[in-house]
Design a protein around this ligand. Structure first.
Ligand SMILES: Cc1cc2nc3c(=O)[nH]c(=O)nc-3n(C[C@H](O)[C@H](O)[C@H](O)COP(=O)(O)OP(=O)(O)OC[C@H]3O[C@@H](n4cnc5c(N)ncnc54)[C@H](O)[C@@H]3O)c2cc1C
Length: 470
């Protein structure tokens, strides 16, 4: 990409865009604009545009093509694959488009493509409504929704994409279209799982659900050496017996206030306190070192895990599927993998592995319903290394790749190779960018066809490669 094209494009964008902010590396606010959830993903874009309207997004896309300057799109900036940032090119940052409007006539929300989940949770709460959002509320609605979306309400209602009623998209040819079950049905199929490859989501229309009750939830922290086996066995049983109202995320990590690895149980019950206390009694009786469980409004739920995974430092999130029941011995062996990382890489003790224990009954749908193909009974382990220095990037990535292979190995040991091979990867936890075949499975040929129809020049090429990169 020629530097003169980037300069020319910046000048043109500044004179053409009506309602948007255009930054270049010499602008005030530029340093802030390229910050990402993981410092490793910070890249020095040649231009950052914060659009305010669909029309300005469309103009930016068309001008980037005219000037041959590649583009990247970002929303909540949580991706750790590098797809949402760009060295030297045009960064379209949706962060100025964060409105949420609720339509109480049908309990839907129109949510702009730059929102984070906190925006949605807080707009819906006064109406006793909620959406299946991410479990950490500073995560972006755009990236999470376009790739699937699991959350605390998955047990009750399924995936985020299952509740998308329409998406307004800016396409590679600049058109602003609606994708829904009535309009552009093939695009609607594609954007629910592979949306990042098809355009820029201006807004989503979500079906909200009544969320009348306060919920019971919080965190319990135990020394792993004493409690891990009990906690894993409890969680296996929880998923097997809940109707979807209860869920848990189990972390293994080394908290700064403990001298040994800990198991952190973040628990959730969408129902009354006495019912919750009975269900979670085996954990409450285990004498947690810290216990923050209590009755709280649902709107607080997606902030419970925010702190330890906030912005700052270098991080990666790589998901690998696992099936229940999870073996406690296997999780003990993963504590050993974490210790190996601590020994190898300075400043890596904040690293965490998060095991989701969600009831999957509402997720099970035919894989061909929409692009998102991962519809099995399995849950995800999120391998989340934290580190400080760029010189450790390769070591940490290699550790994450090896640890992901260890978890895959366990999936094979438990289920046999053929079944394990049929279980794909969740694209949104794909910090290491695997082959799209592993993410979309049998949906890949149709996606490749639709990519030719909607983005034949592969303008949106920063994530999975559905067709060859230009
Ligand atoms: C701390 C943390 C917690 C998480 N929790 C969950 C969880 O509970 N459930 C879950 O399912 N996933 C979760 N994830 C994974 C998350 O879904 C992905 O990282 C997702 O890509 C983040 O979206 P974003 O908008 O924040 O990221 P970004 O890095 O901004 O974008 C990620 C991808 O989405 C594209 N994109 C973003 N917005 C738009 C838009 N408006 N139009 C077109 N493309 C867009 C980008 O181009 C990029 O390809 C979590 C990740 C992290 C780091």
């Amino acid at each position: 990409m020629a530097a003169s094209n980037v300069t020319g494009l910046a000048t043109k964008l500044r004179s053409t865009l009506k309602n948007s902010t255009v930054l270049t590396p010499d602008s005030e606010g530029y340093a802030q604009a390229i910050i990402r959830w993981s410092d490793e993903m910070e890249k020095r874009a040649g231009i950052v545009v914060y659009p305010e309207t669909a029309e300005d997004i469309s103009t930016a896309v068309l001008l980037s093509k005219e000037y041959s300057v590649p583009l990247a799109v970002c929303g909540g900036k949580h991706g750790s694959s590098g797809a949402a940032s760009i060295e030297g090119g045009l960064q379209i940052d949706m962060g100025h488009m964060r409105d949420v409007s609720i339509d109480l006539s049908n309990n839907t929300a129109k949510v702009q493509g730059g929102c984070i989940w906190k925006d949605v949770d807080e707009a819906a709460a006064p109406h006793n409504l909620a959406m299946i959002g991410g479990t950490i509320n500073h995560t972006g609605v755009g990236g999470l929704t376009l790739g699937g979306g699991y959350g605390w309400l998955t047990g009750r209602h399924g995936l985020t994409i299952d509740e998308v009623r329409a998406v307004t998209m800016v396409l590679a040819d600049g058109r602003i279209v609606t994708a829904s079950s009535d309009e552009n049905q093939d695009l609607f199929w594609a954007v629910r799982g592979a949306g990042h490859c098809f355009g820029i989501a201006v807004d989503f229309t979500f079906q909200l659900h009544p969320q009348e009750n306060p919920v019971w939830s919080g965190q319990m922290i135990f020394p792993a050496s004493k409690a891990l086996t009990t906690v894993v066995n409890f969680a296996n049983n929880l998923v097997a017996t809940t109707d979807g109202a209860s869920a848990m995320v189990m972390g293994i990590t080394q908290p700064p206030f403990m001298q040994e690895p800990a198991v952190v149980a973040t628990v959730f019950h969408d129902g009354p306190e006495d019912e919750a206390r009975e269900i979670f009694k085996p954990l409450l009786d285990l004498n947690p070192r810290i216990n923050t469980t209590k009755v709280r409004p649902y709107v607080e739920q997606n902030s419970l895990m925010n702190g330890p995974v906030d912005y700052g430092n270098r991080k990666l999130s790589k998901g690998v599927p696992y099936t229940l029941p999870l073996s406690p011995d296997f999780v003990h062996s993963l504590v050993g993998e974490l210790k190996k990382l601590h020994a190898q890489v300075d400043g890596s003790t904040k690293s965490i592995m998060l095991f989701e224990f969600f009831h999957m009954g509402k997720v099970l749908r035919p894989w061909q319903d929409m692009a998102h193909a991962i519809r099995g009974e399995h849950n995800q382990v999120m391998i989340g290394p934290f580190w400080l220095k760029p010189e450790d990037d390769a070591t940490v990535r290699s550790w994450a790749t090896n640890t992901a292979a260890v978890v895959r190995g366990e999936l094979e040991r438990v289920n046999g190779k053929e079944v394990a091979d049929s279980i794909g990867e969740y694209g949104n936890y794909d910090g290491l960018l695997v082959d799209p075949q592993r993410i979309f499975g049998k949906n890949l040929p149709r996606l490749a066809e639709l990519k030719q129809k909607y983005d034949p020049e592969n303008v949106f090429n920063r994530g999975y490669q559905l067709v060859a990169a230009p």
